[in-house]
Each structure stands twice: as structure tokens, then as C-alpha cells.
Design a protein around this ligand. Structure first.
Ligand code: GAR
Length: 219
């Protein structure tokens, strides 16, 4: 069997995306394994999930590194030490500097809870609700020097319902995050993603796409 892709996951929060990735790896479908979970928050739920799964964890507190570049350099050293092939940002709430990006060119993925390029940055679900969009969603993309601006790999759309609040919409989006993040990593592990400028081509192509998603479904 060919070598498994070694994943380094960076997470600041609950870690439900991390869990979806761990589960998919364990099911045996995804030729990858999470070898290190790194967090800037010692209390992150992601660390508990990793420990439960027997995965190595490390806390690097950004407050111990007033210079952003020094914080990134410490993370790069840990990821290199763990011989990570792909860096997976899963609810990691720090912006990376060129020090980090240059260490893993085209080898960093992120998930964002909006249909980019709409609503980059923090509180994306709240911004979508306030704006009044009828369709929201999530995006997996490669990371470039901008904020949530790199080439898009997969997006999933969900309807926004009239009685949604931030919690209900976030939950609906999160369910799709758990589907598309493992899927994007799988495509990468299979060598099927090719970055051409802003475009990520998938070869061979996926199933035929949906024609449209309408909300409200009146026509
Ligand atoms: C997810 O909704 C993820 O898309 C978002 O944080 C949440 C983490 O949840 N990430 C960002 O907003 C990054 N800008 P999780 O810890 O349960 O995976």
C-alpha cells in the first residue's frame, strides 16, 4: 500500500472538523493520518479529541510569541519535526505570516464557514444572516497570503431559513463542513487536485454537478 499522507491539523476551538477528518481516516477510505494536532489554546476541545484518538498534541500559545513570525516559526518547526505533508487549518483563528506560507507552499488548506469570496474573516455566519442572503455555506480552499482568499477546492451551499439565528445557521453549515473537508483532503491525498492560478482542477472530474440550488424553492 502506498504511503499515507501525514496531516498536521491546526485548531483553536471545539475541533468538530478535526473529528470528521479523524473519523474519515479511521474508516480507511482516506489514505491519510493525523500525526499532530497543534493549538494556540490549551483548553481547545480539539486537543481533547486528539488525545482521545491517541494523536500527538502540542500547544503553542501565541501570547508567548509577541512577534507573529516567531509564533509561526515555532509552529513550522513542530510540523516539520512531525514530517507533515499537508497542513489543515480546522477552526484555527490566527492569521499566518509568510514565514509559515513559504514553509508549506500549496500545502495548506483552510475551511471557512461562508461561500467565499462572500464574508471572509470572523463571524461569517452572522454577517451572512445580517446581509440577508438566501443561500449560505462553506468553502475549503488552499491558503494564500490573503484572508480566506486562496484557490477554492470545494464549496457546499445550504439554505438560510426565515427563523434562523446564528446558532441554527452555523449548525447547518457545520454539517456540510464535516462532509467537504475530508472530501477535499481525500482528493489531495489521491493526487487529484491541480492548482492553475485561481482555479483548482480535479482530475478525473467529480460526478456531474447540480444544475441549481434555489431558495426559497418557489420556481
Ligand atoms: C468552523 O465553522 C470553521 O469553519 C470556522 O470555525 C469553526 C470551527 O469549528 N473557521 C473559521 O471561522 C476560520 N476563519 P470546529 O472547531 O468545531 O471545527
Amino acid at each position: 500500500m502506498s504511503k499515507k499522507l501525514r496531516l498536521g491539523v491546526l485548531a483553536s476551538g471545539n475541533g468538530s472538523n478535526l473529528q470528521a477528518i479523524i473519523d474519515r481516516c479511521r474508516e480507511g477510505e482516506l489514505p491519510a493520518e493525523v500525526v499532530l494536532v497543534l493549538s494556540n489554546k490549551s483548553q481547545a476541545g480539539a486537543l481533547t479529541r486528539a488525545r482521545k484518538a491517541g494523536i500527538a498534541t502540542l500547544v503553542i500559545d501565541h501570547r508567548d510569541h509577541p512577534e507573529r513570525a516567531a509564533f509561526d516559526q515555532a509552529m513550522v518547526a513542530a510540523l516539520r519535526n512531525a514530517e507533515v505533508d499537508l497542513v489543515v487549518l480546522a477552526g484555527f483563528m490566527r492569521i499566518l505570516t509568510p514565514v509559515f506560507l513559504e514553509a508549506f507552499p500549496q500545502r495548506i488548506m483552510n475551511i471557512h464557514p461562508a461561500l467565499l469570496p462572500a464574508f471572509p474573516g470572523i463571524k461569517a455566519q452572522r454577517k451572512a444572516l445580517e446581509y440577508g442572503v438566501k443561500i449560505a455555506g462553506c468553502t475549503v480552499h488552499f491558503v494564500d497570503p490573503g484572508v480566506d482568499s486562496g484557490p477554492i477546492i470545494i464549496q457546499a451551499a445550504v439554505p438560510v431559513l426565515d427563523d434562523d439565528d446564528e446558532t441554527t445557521l452555523s449548525r447547518r453549515i457545520l454539517e456540510q463542513e464535516h462532509r467537504i473537508y475530508p472530501e477535499a483532503i481525500q482528493l489531495y491525498a489521491e493526487g487529484r487536485l491541480h492548482i492553475e492560478g485561481r482555479h483548482v482542477r480535479i482530475s478525473p472530474p467529480q460526478k456531474p454537478p447540480l444544475l441549481a440550488l434555489l431558495n426559497p424553492p418557489t420556481v
